[in-house]
Design a protein around this ligand. Structure first.
Ligand code: FAD
Length: 382
């Protein structure tokens, strides 16, 4: 990014938070990456250490154990993780916290948020099922009310943080016969020692190996009726739609961080690598490609910043959030791909960060609503 540009939402406080987060990630997370990738998840102590420096739930009010900041603080965490090439599920933690903060009862907020902020509890949001991803209204996991409990049956797949989650915000049907989205509710499931609950091993993915994604199984799983999120059954679909802009913006922040990192790494590489007796950067094609990538990254940063500003002011509409998610993740993958090409064969070697970035960012076009669904949403506004 042009060094004279400052994001309009940046303040001294956010800048100093960024410095703390950057140093922490370099010191505590970066040296662990090879091991996280091997075990397909972060260590439990990574969560408590992140909690101790205020990196978890930075935009949740202090009275619930959070950092008391704004979305700008969350952006800084995502941006710094992206710049360091670290995949850590703190944004999922923030998403779940937001559900609890906005829709939870006081008792649920006091019970969960401080522990999540300290990293003692890791959380997951479980919507996707083997037979229902984009078509969320077709989920089949069901909760049957029995006295003061729900009895839950079904399964979920591709759930980030799933194998280590002590708390799952679970989307299911409390009324399978209700039309459309009306029968869907969200239930907060405490998994510790819970009979009928099973999390699978982390799934083998194409990239993002340091972060777990798992299947979850519910077999006559009993949870207290007080675990329902919100005032009544049947609100889950609307609660999810409310929060998707936050999630899509989080994905967009990671996309721009990856674009900028790819351009920086590749610029250095083409200055160092020599072919036909001169550094690669002296070939016009190399310069033109990197000029295009750098321009895309800069345009992306400015658009993203305008979305962040609007989000902080409570003015970001879902269509613009969908535009950001769609466009920025498409540009992210395009830039990663161009940068792999400029690395030649080394760009295909996993030991080179650019190869991992290419594989890691492919999923950005798929999760948090596929880019085809984003375009559908944008098209409805025409
Ligand atoms: C690494 C990873 C992490 C994830 N983390 C989570 C998580 O934490 N929680 C969670 O709940 N889910 C998670 N997911 C699931 C993710 O959100 C879904 O994979 C995604 O929503 C797509 O659903 P699907 O895989 O069932 O694909 P499908 O819905 O089957 O889509 C297949 C293809 O059809 C297209 N398509 C579908 N409907 C339409 C339409 N109406 N118009 C045009 N094209 C359409 C899609 O765009 C896609 O190209 C994760 C997935 C991955 C890979």
């Amino acid at each position: 990014m042009d060094s004279t540009y400052t994001s309009p939402w940046m303040s001294d406080d956010v800048q100093s938070f960024r410095k703390t987060v950057r140093q922490f990630i370099q010191r505590e997370f970066v040296p662990q990456q090879a091991r996280w990738r091997e075990q397909h998840r972060a260590d439990a102590e990574a969560w408590t250490k992140a909690g101790a420096i205020g990196m978890l739930l930075p935009d949740v009010p202090q009275e619930y154990g959070g950092g008391g900041g704004t979305f700008a603080h969350e952006v800084v965490v995502l941006d710094e993780l992206g710049r360091a090439g670290v995949h850590f599920g703190s944004s999922i933690q923030s998403i779940v916290a937001r559900y609890i903060l906005i829709h939870g009862r006081e008792e649920q907020k006091r019970n969960w948020l401080p522990r999540m902020a300290r990293g003692e509890v890791v959380s997951a949001i479980a919507m996707t099922e083997p037979a229902a991803g984009s078509d969320l209204q077709s989920i089949q996991t069901v909760a049957r009310r029995e006295g003061d409990h729900y009895v839950i049956n079904g399964s979920k797949t591709f759930i980030s943080n799933g194998s280590q989650a002590g708390l799952i915000c679970l989307a299911l049907k409390t009324d399978p016969k209700a039309a459309g989205p009306k029968g869907i509710s969200l239930i907060l499931v405490e998994t510790n020692g819970l009979a009928g609950f099973r999390a699978g091993h982390p799934l083998e993915k194409l990239g993002r190996h340091g972060q777990d994604v798992s299947e979850l199984f519910f077999d006559d799983m009993h949870v207290p009726a007080s675990s329902l999120l919100g005032p009544a059954e049947g609100k889950g679909f609307f609660q999810m739609m409310d929060h998707l802009s936050y999630e899509r913006l989080a994905v967009s922040v990671a996309a721009v961080a990856t674009m900028e990192r790819a351009v920086d790494l590749t610029t250095q590489y083409v200055k160092d690598r020599v072919a036909f007796g001169k550094p690669l950067i002296e070939f016009q094609n190399t310069r033109m490609k990197l000029a295009e990538c750098k321009t895309d990254a800069q345009v992306g940063r400015v658009f993203l910043d305008s979305c962040i500003e609007r989000f902080i002011a409570g003015r970001l509409d879902p269509v613009t959030a969908a535009m950001a998610k769609y466009w920025l993740t498409e540009r992210e993958f395009h830039i990663a791909d161009e940068c792999v090409q400029l690395h030649g064969g080394y760009g295909y070697m996993v030991e080179y960060p650019i190869a991992r970035m290419w594989a890691d960012c492919r999923v950005q076009r798929i999760y948090a609503g596929t880019n085809e669904i984003m375009k559908e949403m944008i098209a409805w506004s025409l």
